[in-house]
Unconditional design. Structure first.
Length: 70
C-alpha cells in the first residue's frame, strides 16, 4: 500500500488546490424583459434570443396542459 513518506506542506497543498475555487457566473440583463440570463443563451423568462422570439412563452401553462390531454 502506497503511503506518503513526508507530510504535505500547506504551500504545496495550496498550489494543488489553486484550481478548485468557485467561479462567478456571468449574467446579463435580457434586453427584452429585463430578467438576468446567461450570455449567448435563450432567456428562460421570455424565450427571446438576439432580439428574436425563439420559444413562444405567451401561452399559459393551463393551455399547454389542455393540449397535451387532448
Amino acid at each position: 500500500m502506497a503511503v506518503p513518506k513526508r507530510k504535505t506542506t500547506p504551500a504545496r497543498r495550496g498550489k494543488r488546490r489553486s484550481h478548485h475555487s468557485m467561479f462567478n457566473i456571468n449574467s446579463m440583463e435580457c434586453p427584452n424583459c429585463g430578467e438576468f440570463k446567461l450570455p449567448h443563451h435563450i432567456c428562460e423568462a421570455c424565450g427571446y434570443y438576439n432580439k428574436r422570439e425563439i420559444i413562444n412563452k405567451t401561452e399559459s401553462d393551463d393551455d399547454k396542459e389542455m393540449e397535451s390531454q387532448n
